[in-house]
Design a protein around this ligand. Structure first.
Ligand code: PHE
Length: 461
C-alpha cells in the first residue's frame, strides 16, 4: 500500500487508505480520465451533426458554468467521503444529517459509468485494427471513398468487433485489478503530453489543406438558427461526459486526493486541458473533412473515415497514423479504467477483492457491450423505442449513449448541485474550497440547477 507524506502529516488514514502521491499525479490521472474518446471521437462528430459554431459555444458555456463547478463539487464530496461514489454519498449525506436516499445519486452515477464503459470499450476497440492498418501502410494515398469502405467493413464484422472489444475490456480490467494508482501514475504522465503534441502536429498539417479558415468559422462562428433544444441537451450531456462527471469517476478519484491540494485550481487545469484537446481535435479534423468533401454530419465514424485520408497524404503518414491511434487507444484506456473504478471501489468496500471486483464488473460490462457491437451490424435495424418520437430510429448503441449522456448524467449533475448547494453545510464546503467558495457557492446553489432545469424543461416540452 503506497503510503505517502500527506498521510504521515496527519491525513485521516481511516478514511483515505491511499492517496495520489502529488497534485501533479492527481491532475494527470484526472486528465487521463477526462481526455479520451469523448474529446477526439465524440466531440468532432456531434459538433458536425449539430451544425458547428453555436453548438460549440453552448458546449463551452456548459463546461464553464455547469461542468467546472460540478467537477469541484464532485472532487470535494469525493475527498470528504473518501470512499466509492456510492459509499461516499451515503457517508457524506449522513455526516450532513441528510436523508440516506442521497445514496441513490451514487448508485445512478455508478450505473451510468457502467453503461458507458460497455459501449466505450467497443468504440475504443476500433483503434486497434486502425493501428494495424496504419502500420501496414494501408492508408497511403487512400481515397475518402476507400477509407469509408474500410470503416464500413470493420463495423460489418461482429467477430472482429468482438475480438477488439474483448481485448480492450481485458486491458481495462488488468489495470483496474492491479489498483488504479499503481498502473495509472506512470502511464498518464508520459502519454498525455505525447497525445497533445501529436494533435498539434495534426492541426499543423490541417492548416496546409487550404480549408483551415473554413473549419475555424465552422467551429467558432455561431449560427444560432442551427441550434435546437435537443442540441443544447446534447452539448450539456457532452460537457459531463467529456469531463468524466456525473459518473462517479471524478468522485472516486477525488477520494484519493490529499487534503492540502486546492480543488478549484486543480479542476480548472483539468477542464482547460480537456477542452483544449477537444478543440484541437476539431481543428485537426474539420479542415480535412472540408478539403475532401466529406460530410461533417457523418456520425460516429467521422474521425475513423477522415483521419486516414489525411495521414495517407502526409509525409511520414504511416508513422504518425500509428502513433495517433496508439495514443488514442491509451487515452481511451485511462478513461475506461476510471469508469470501472466507480463500481470496483464499491464492490471492494463490500468485501469483494479488487481482482474479483474488476473481473466481475468488466465481464458484466463486456456482456452488455456485445449488444452495442451487434447494433452496429446484425441488429442495426433493431430500434426498440420507435414508439417514442425522441428515440425514433435509435439503435441500442444510440440508446445507451442517449440514456447516459442526455438523461442520467444531467439528472445526477442536478442532484449533486442541489446536494452541495442546499444540503451540505456551507462551512463544510468552504473548508474544502477555500477562497473559491465565494464564487462557487452561488453558482452551484442557483445558476447550475436553474440552467439544468431550463434545459430539461425545453426538452420535455
Ligand atoms: N471523459 C471520458 C472521455 O471524454 C469519458 C468518461 C466518461 C470517463 C465518464 C469516465 C467517466 O472520453
Amino acid at each position: 500500500m503506497p503510503h505517502n507524506k500527506q498521510m504521515a502529516q496527519g491525513q485521516p488514514t481511516s478514511i483515505s487508505p491511499a492517496l495520489w502521491s502529488s497534485r501533479f499525479v492527481f491532475i494527470m490521472a484526472a486528465v487521463g480520465s477526462a481526455v479520451g474518446l469523448g474529446n477526439i471521437w465524440k466531440f468532432p462528430y456531434i459538433t458536425g451533426e449539430n451544425g458547428g459554431g453555436a453548438f460549440v459555444l453552448v458546449y463551452l458555456a456548459c463546461i464553464a458554468v455547469i461542468g467546472l463547478p460540478l467537477m469541484m463539487s464532485e472532487v470535494m464530496v469525493g475527498r470528504r467521503g473518501g470512499k466509492s461514489p456510492i459509499g461516499t454519498m451515503a457517508e457524506v449525506a449522513k455526516a450532513e444529517g441528510r436523508s440516506k436516499h442521497w445514496v441513490g445519486v451514487g448508485i445512478m452515477a455508478t450505473l451510468a459509468a457502467f453503461l458507458i464503459l460497455s459501449f466505450y470499450s467497443v468504440i475504443a476497440g476500433w483503434t486497434m485494427p486502425y493501428i494495424i492498418s496504419a502500420m501496414s501502410g494501408s492508408f497511403s494515398d487512400i481515397s475518402a471513398e476507400d477509407s469509408g469502405a474500410l470503416f464500413g467493413g470493420l463495423l460489418a464484422s461482429p467477430w472482429q468487433l468482438l475480438l477488439w472489444h474483448s481485448i480492450f475490456m481485458g486491458l481495462t480490467v488488468l489495470v483496474s485489478a492491479g489498483g488504479v494508482r499503481h498502473g495509472l501514475e506512470r502511464a498518464v504522465t508520459k502519454l498525455m503530453p505525447a497525445l497533445f503534441i501529436l494533435l498539434l502536429i495534426l492541426v499543423g498539417y490541417a492548416a496546409t489543406t487550404g480549408h483551415f479558415g473554413e473549419a475555424v468559422s465552422f467551429l467558432f462562428k455561431p449560427d444560432f438558427s442551427a441550434l435546437t433544444a435537443e442540441a443544447i441537451l446534447t452539448a450539456l450531456g457532452h460537457a459531463f461526459f467529456t469531463l468524466s462527471l456525473a459518473s462517479g469517476a471524478m468522485m472516486a478519484y477525488g477520494a484519493y486526493l490529499p487534503k492540502h491540494v486546492s480543488i478549484a485550481r486543480t479542476a480548472v487545469v483539468i477542464a482547460v486541458m480537456d477542452t483544449g484537446v477537444a478543440l484541437l481535435a476539431g481543428l485537426a479534423i474539420f479542415p480535412i473533412v472540408f478539403a475532401h468533401g466529406l460530410a461533417a454530419g457523418e456520425g460516429p465514424g467521422l474521425i475513423f473515415v477522415t483521419l486516414p485520408v489525411a495521414f495517407g497524404q502526409m509525409p511520414g503518414g504511416g508513422f504518425f497514423a500509428t502513433l495517433f491511434f496508439v495514443l488514442l487507444l491509451f487515452a481511451a484506456w485511462t478513461s475506461s479504467i476510471s469508469m470501472l473504478e466507480s463500481l470496483v471501489s464499491y464492490l471492494n468496500e463490500k468485501g469483494i477483492g479488487r481482482v474479483k471486483a474488476a473481473i466481475g464488473g468488466g465481464l458484466a460490462a463486456w456482456l452488455v457491450g456485445i449488444t452495442t457491437l451487434l447494433s452496429l451490424n446484425v441488429w442495426s435495424d433493431f430500434t426498440p423505442l420507435d414508439m417514442f418520437a425522441r428515440f425514433e430510429g435509435k439503435t441500442l448503441f444510440d440508446l445507451y449513449d442517449y440514456l447516459t449522456a442526455n438523461i442520467m448524467m444531467p439528472v445526477v449533475a442536478l442532484l449533486i448541485a442541489l446536494f452541495v448547494g442546499w444540503k451540505m453545510k456551507p462551512a463544510h464546503s468552504a473548508s474544502e474550497l477555500g477562497a473559491w467558495h465565494k464564487l462557487w457557492f452561488p453558482v452551484v446553489r442557483y445558476l447550475s440547477p436553474i440552467a439544468l432545469l431550463i434545459v430539461f424543461y425545453f426538452n420535455l416540452k
